[in-house]
Design a protein around this ligand. Structure first.
Ligand code: NAP
Length: 325
């Protein structure tokens, strides 16, 4: 197969396209001929040497793909060769062939472009497990999404709106905020020119957000607590600013707040399977109905993978970047 490897950690130029042995599906796995691989910020961390593949999995980068099943491992039921699927992976997606756990597949409807479906598994599983399963966002509540034009953000806005929540979002440019508005966000905050806490409180009659989805981390910790409504929940999924922050515990106590944190990739397989089962049941119907769509920034050939990583690191994209074998 053709695949992109990381022979040594470094800049985007270390991504190396070459020939690798075809993988074999083990028990409970399928082999997928890849139509596209989603690019995630975690792939950049892996390329830099900070976030290796989980033990026992492919050392190649790539945490999500779409494609067609071309072989079945032992014990796989309910799947056939030729099925159009997208898959959540621990690693190995930057390849023309990849093995995936059958429990981590979603069926791509005929109405959806198979390539674009590669942009869904990682964001749907992350947003659903954090905003809904952990933080319990309900219809009528307000969600604040930091970085609304990101892969994660574009999914969070659509999913929250589809579930009847009011969505506020931050982004670094007005062009990105306009894209968030088209997806359904109604409170639009440029974090470079405005104080997001003040703007959110102004826009919600002083109440704030019921749930915040945050990938900024330490620098926003205290401000996020100030932006939460009573009984608000903060779901932290990243630390793009700093790993450490301060908390005024009086705010935490007096507003009865909850702070959650999680990573998806490192979860045990059974937990990932449970999340994907919940996505299949609760989220996928919105995808099939076209209410939640993959927002694709660019589809870039494998040979130009470095360009995709440069674009992501410069935050020039809106939505997902995809790599095409
Ligand atoms: N824990 C998990 O399980 C999990 C799973 C998936 C992703 N994540 C994390 O989620 C984040 C998004 O992932 P992605 O793949 O969607 O990446 P991405 O598309 O590159 O998004 C990064 C976003 O962060 C925004 N941002 C940067 N600094 C900001 C600030 N000070 N205030 C508000 N927004 C800011 C950027 O906004 P601008 O471009 O407007 O500056 C950009 O939209 C990453 O940190 C990733 O590691 C975590």
């Amino acid at each position: 197969m053709r695949a992109i490897s990381i022979p040594l950690p470094g800049g985007p130029e270390v991504l190396t396209l070459g020939e690798h042995p075809d993988p074999d599906p083990g028990p409970g796995q399928v082999l997928i001929e890849v139509a596209a691989a989603g690019v995630n910020r975690a792939d950049v961390s892996q390329r830099l040497g900070h976030y290796p593949s989980p033990p026992g999995t492919s050392p190649l980068p790539g945490m999500e793909v779409s494609g067609t099943i071309v072989a079945l491992g032992r014990g796989v039921v309910g799947r056939s060769i030729g099925d159009r699927v997208c898959a959540l992976l621990p690693s190995g997606g930057y390849a023309s062939l990849v093995v995936a756990e059958a429990a981590l597949l979603l069926d791509v409807p005929d109405s959806m472009n198979l390539v674009d479906a590669a942009g869904l598994p990682e964001t749907l599983a992350t947003v659903w497990s954090n905003v809904f399963m952990l933080a319990g966002l309900r219809a009528g509540e307000t969600l604040l999404v930091h970085g609304g034009s990101s892969g994660i953000g574009t999914t969070a806005i659509q999913l929250a709106r589809a579930h009847g929540a009011l969505v506020a979002t931050t982004a670094g440019t007005d062009e990105k905020l306009a894209a968030c508005e088209r997806l359904g966000a109604v409170i639009l905050i440029n974090y470079r020119t405005e104080d997001f806490v003040e703007r959110l409180l102004d826009a919600t009659d002083g109440r704030g957000a019921d749930v915040i989805l945050d990938a900024i981390g330490g620098a926003y910790l205290d401000r996020n607590l100030n932006a939460l409504a009573p009984r608000g929940r903060l779901a932290i999924i990243g630390n793009q600013s700093a790993a450490r922050g301060t908390v005024d515990v009086r705010t935490l106590m007096s507003k009865w707040l909850t702070i959650h944190g999680s990573t998806l990739r490192a979860r045990p397989s059974e937990e990932k399977a449970a999340i994907m089962a919940s996505v299949r049941e609760n989220v996928w119907p919105f995808v099939v109905a076209g209410q939640v769509v993959p927002v694709i920034d660019q589809r870039i050939p494998f040979a130009e993978a470095a360009r995709a990583h440069r674009r992501l690191e410069a935050s020039e994209h809106i939505g997902k970047l995809l790599l095409i074998p």
